[in-house]
Design a protein around this ligand. Structure first.
Ligand SMILES: Nc1nc2c(ncn2[C@@H]2O[C@H](COP(=O)(O)OP(=O)(O)OP(=O)(O)O)[C@@H](O)[C@H]2O)c(=O)[nH]1
Length: 380
């Protein structure tokens, strides 16, 4: 026979252990991952709440019911706030006030209301189930789904369903029923809380690890200053696109872009302004380029754009648009870009294609800069 008081105690201990895991994780994660502090505090609050519930009958009702419920609500609200911060959508001051005021008002009403155990369970369940359902919706609404978010979202949705089902059935339960009466609904509820606490904590650890992996991946594939692809990622993407173009018999073009007299900008305005010019250039080039085109930093102030499904005429038009948009910010020093264009030939390697675009760039510089020059295949 299941001892419900033991389940409640075990729930608390699980929360405590998971808080420890999260606290250790937090120390090794970069500060750019937000919400871990809340995720550590939430299971600790759940632990304190479960401990008080377990001591029902031993401690006064004010502690083993009133304070225990308040701590359980605080755990759910803190957990929700942590996830919102983690996903980069922290709760607004208004939403936070609404959440805590609703919690405080419900708990106060419960303590004053004299309708019996079933009705108190209904109010508390609606409050708690509502917060957990809100939390599930936050996790499910994330556009970047992974196993971790699906797992956590599902556990939260199941938990809220169990809490709400118990809440709405409570007023119809026999009047002598209490928290540790071994009725089926109570067993499902306490087991749901125990496993839910454990599984959602595992879910947060998985989500944090997933986030870290994505950040590291981004560091490897994207230039930290401009956000363009790194040279390594550019070549990987270029090889794949060229193979696809060859396989499907579709055109592909490469642009080699180099800011003109960039050394002069650095010398006259300083390196930091030079950096801002680079960032602005890449942002504007990205605005012109449409997926699946990609832009990579080839080195210094030199960039390469890969344009799948693009012939020479289209590549020249895109290049002109990039040239026209370059240094359009009046707050930055005047500058210009030279661009070499090459379209892929059936026998081209990526290196040969880039070399031809580079030859076009060389011509553009030699002809006076701030222009676009296309290079065809060398005659045999
Ligand atoms: N601010 C800044 N400057 C950089 C960065 N990477 C390279 N540079 C500078 O870019 C300049 C490139 O100078 P050059 O290769 O002489 O080319 P340029 O002055 O643009 O002349 P042309 O290409 O012939 O028009 C050098 O002064 C580098 O120090 C960077 O990340 N930030």
């Amino acid at each position: 026979m299941l001892e419900l008081r033991t389940i409640s105690g075990v729930t608390g201990v699980m929360g405590c252990l998971m808080a420890l895991v999260m606290a250790f994780q937090r120390r090794s994660y970069p500060p750019s991952i937000h919400g871990l502090g809340h995720w550590t505090a939430a299971p600790l609050l759940a632990f304190a709440s479960a401990l008080l519930f377990t001591l029902r009958g031993v401690l006064p009702a004010l502690l083993s019911a009133g304070l225990a419920n308040a701590l359980m609500f605080a755990a759910a609200a803190t957990f929700l706030a942590g996830s919102c911060r983690f996903f980069g959508q922290p709760l607004s001051a208004r939403a936070t006030s609404l959440l805590w005021l609703t919690g405080a008002a419900t708990l106060l009403f419960m303590s004053l209301f004299n309708g019996g155990y079933g009705w108190r369970v209904l109010f508390m369940g609606l409050l708690l189930g509502g917060v957990v359902a809100w939390h599930a919706a936050v996790v499910w609404r994330q556009p970047q789904h992974s196993f971790a978010t699906r797992f956590t979202g599902t556990v939260l949705a199941l938990m809220s369903a169990i809490i709400l089902a118990r809440a709405v059935s409570a007023p119809f339960a026999p009047p002598q029923e209490g928290l540790f009466t071994p009725a089926p609904m109570q067993v499902v509820y306490l087991l749901g809380l125990a496993f839910g606490t454990l599984l959602t904590s595992i879910g947060t650890v998985l989500m944090a690890s997933e986030h870290l992996r994505r950040e590291l991946e981004r560091l490897i594939t994207h230039d930290s200053l401009t956000g363009a692809l790194t040279r390594r990622a550019l070549f990987a993407s270029g090889e794949a696109e060229l193979a696809r173009a060859r396989r499907q018999g579709r055109p592909m073009a490469v642009l080699m872009l180099d800011l003109d007299h960039f050394k002069q900008i650095n010398d006259e305005h300083g390196h930091r302004v030079g950096d801002r010019v680079l960032v602005d250039f890449v942002a504007r080039a990205h605005a012109v380029l449409r997926r699946p085109a990609v832009l990579g930093r080839y080195g210094g102030e030199e960039f390469v754009a890969l344009l799948p499904d693009t012939d020479t005429a289209q590549a020249l038009a895109v290049s002109e648009r990039i040239r026209a948009s370059t240094c359009a910010d009046p707050a930055l020093p005047r500058c210009a870009v030279s661009i070499g264009v090459a379209a892929a030939q059936p026998q081209d390697s990526l290196e040969a294609l880039i070399n031809r675009a580079d030859a076009g760039l060389y011509d553009a510089k030699a002809l006076g800069r701030n222009r676009v020059v296309a290079r065809g295949p060398a005659p045999h």
